[in-house]
Design a protein around this ligand. Structure first.
Ligand code: HMG
Length: 467
């Protein structure tokens, strides 16, 4: 690898998951089984937990939205890293469930941080990147490029992925919802992950797999088709990435699997990462005669088998199971508890991997990041774990966030009635919170003035609430 360039990447990570959740194995399954599995509760629980891979999904309270989640994650990364917020000169958000059709959500977040820390961030650039779940990766790329080009005036950039994922109630999408935000602090000589320069590849296709027309708060999705588009785009991005790796560092496709120590994918639901692993690992192994022979011996031969059948057979092989357990599964633990957080899902997977492998020494290892957004675009990039990454893992609060109230934590299960009430609130209503805001950023009120002196109907006023 050419080491002459400056090391730029992720210095610290802040995660925020709202405390309310739906337990998909309890009352929700009983209420939904008549609609989704002809009354068979066990079948529905089996499908959701084993077939889709999720147990709980995070839900926002009435005073929370995508902007408050983003500001919470930003506060966490600023406080945990101990930086002065005035050392940030770029704040980019990636979101597909933004709070405004015109204003950048980053400007709302910037305002919350200014008021909270008592600082001016007036010279900070604050764009919003939108491309379904891949928006934050485009934001990350722009932050890294600015620093690499020397266009930054301060050492830090903040990239925030924040979303509230919603599908219509009583549909197959319902159990793949979630909510949460991940904030990444980007700088030179980062302490967590050095992104490898030139080792990234992008593909884009004009697709209808998943979209959310203006004025709608729930997504429209062609579920099974969306899986196919995800896999095809990921494969195309992998192929382009493999070519770049070969020309940049001389590692051919036949040795690429060994050169990657962990694979993190966009995780709309954990089984999707398993399908993506079968596609990506199958593709990498197809270049290795030794791996191909092992797969054939285990009944998975790419020749003469329809692709779906081959990938199903491959997913059952000992070669795949052991690779998946070691290089992918640790990245999925948090998604089982949180659900799909859209633009932050890949980065939650990265955090999950770092958390779940606490007993290992990861410094110097290569992590593959497979980002995907419907509509559709995929990006594959990679990073090398930095030496001091452990200090980040020790400072993460995500496990505390996810501890249920019954075990001394703050996480609160919702009844189906409360969940449905919150689900049906529109962006134009505040509704009553399940828990009044406390020590958090909150949507305080919606503007109602419509006079010659002041017009702010529907404007969102946010603030920090000590409670
Ligand atoms: P579905 O109808 O709930 O599930 O749809 P299914 O019938 O396809 O079954 C799923 C799996 O559960 C299957 O496993 C079943 O066999 C198994 P597989 O055969 O594939 O290995 N199963 C069971 N297992 C154990 N016990 C049982 C049982 N029953 C069945 N009793 C779907 C699932 C994901 C399509 C649906 O939930 C959906 O539409 N979700 C939303 C769309 C989505 O997440 N798409 C993912 C790709 S697109 C993407 O990632 C982008 C996105 O994040 C948005 C963005 O970019 O902004 C969504």
């Amino acid at each position: 690898m050419n080491t002459a360039y400056r090391a730029i990447g992720i210095d610290s990570i802040g995660v925020y998951v709202p405390r309310l959740y739906v337990d998909l194995t309890a009352e929700w399954a009983k209420v939904r089984a008549p609609v989704l599995t002809r009354g068979d509760v066990d079948k529905l629980v089996g499908k959701v937990v084993d077939g889709v891979g999720v147990r709980r999904m995070a839900v926002v309270d009435a005073h929370q939205d995508c902007a408050t989640l983003a500001a919470m994650a930003a506060k966490r990364v600023i406080d945990a890293s101990g930086i002065d917020p005035r050392d940030i000169d770029y704040l980019a958000v990636g979101t597909e469930t933004t709070v405004d059709q015109s204003k950048s959500m980053a400007a709302y977040v910037l305002g919350m941080l200014e008021r909270h820390y008592g600082v001016s961030l007036a010279e900070v650039g604050a764009p919003q990147f939108q491309f379904a779940c891949i928006g934050a990766t485009y934001a990350l790329e722009s932050a890294v490029s600015r620093i690499r080009a020397g266009d930054n005036t301060k050492p830090y950039s903040l990239v925030i992925a924040s979303d509230v994922s919603k599908y219509p109630l009583r549909t197959a999408g319902e159990y793949t919802q979630g909510a949460g935000a991940v904030a990444l602090l980007i700088c030179e000589n980062p302490r967590v992950l050095v992104l490898e320069r030139g080792l990234s590849a992008t593909v884009t296709r004009d697709e209808r797999d998943f979209f959310r027309p203006n004025g709608q708060s729930s997504a429209v999705v062609d579920g099974k088709y969306s899986i196919d588009v995800y896999l095809d785009c990921m494969e195309a991005a992998l192929d382009a990435y493999a070519k770049r790796v070969e020309s940049a560092i001389g590692v051919g496709a036949d040795r690429l699997y060994e050169a990657i120590d962990a694979f993190c994918f966009h995780v709309p639901f954990p089984r999707m990462a398993e399908y993506a692993s079968a596609r990506v690992l199958g593709r990498l192994w197809s270049s290795s005669p030794e791996a191909r022979a092992r797969l054939v011996a285990e009944g998975a031969s790419a020749e003469g088998m329809p692709r779906k059948d081959f990938e199903r057979a491959l997913a059952k092989t000992a070669l795949f199971r052991s690779a998946f357990d070691q290089k992918v599964a640790p990245s999925l633990a948090l998604a089982r508890e949180v659900g799909n957080i859209y633009s932050g899902a890949l980065y939650l997977g990265l955090v999950s991997f770092l958390e779940e492998t606490r007993s290992e020494r990861l410094a110097g290892r290569r992590i593959f990041l497979g980002s995907y957004g419907s509509g559709a675009s995929a990006k594959v990039l990679s990073g090398l774990v930095a030496e001091p990454y452990r200090s980040l893992v020790d400072g993460l609060r995500i496990r505390d966030d996810l501890r249920p109230a019954a075990e001394g934590g703050l996480r609160t299960p919702l009844s189906v009635a409360e969940y449905e009430r919150l689900h049906e609130l529109s962006d134009r209503e505040r509704g009553i919170s399940v828990h009044a805001p406390r020590r958090e950023f909150a949507l305080e009120r919606l503007g109602t003035s419509d006079s010659p002196e002041r017009t702010d109907v529907g404007y969102r006023y946010y603030g920090w609430v000590d409670g």
